[in-house]
Design a protein around this ligand. Structure first.
Ligand code: ZN
Length: 111
């Protein structure tokens, strides 16, 4: 399935959620690792949902888990990562596909 088809489905079947999700594009969030204390700043580049916990992305080799600050982010620092929706679910595992079809966004480093 392509991203456009998925989003058209939401516009048809879940319009209230989809409208609200689109209004929230651009939101910044902070995830902090409980193990190393490192953090990353994320920005929503697309409309969708993001997880509460993440494998640590602040320190290479850290096996800790990062927790969301629930979009409370008072840092002036620019985002280090962005949440985006991949263009299609073609190359995804079944778990990734489920997540994607339910509005889940993927994380990548901001270049
Ligand atoms: Zn860590």
């Amino acid at each position: 399935m392509k991203r456009e088809e998925l989003e058209a489905t939401w516009a048809r079947t879940n319009r209230r959620w989809w409208t609200k999700a689109q209004e929230q594009i651009g939101r910044m969030n902070k995830y902090t690792c409980k193990t190393c204390g490192g953090s990353i700043i994320t920005q929503d580049a697309d409309a969708g949902v993001t997880p509460m916990f993440l494998a640590c992305r602040a320190t290479e080799g850290c096996l800790g888990s990062m927790a969301s600050s629930m979009y409370v982010c008072n840092d002036d620092a620019p985002p280090t990562h962005e949440w985006f929706r991949p263009r299609s679910d073609k190359k995804m595992s079944p778990e990734e596909r489920d997540y994607w079809r339910n509005g889940g966004l993927s994380l990548r480093e901001v270049a």
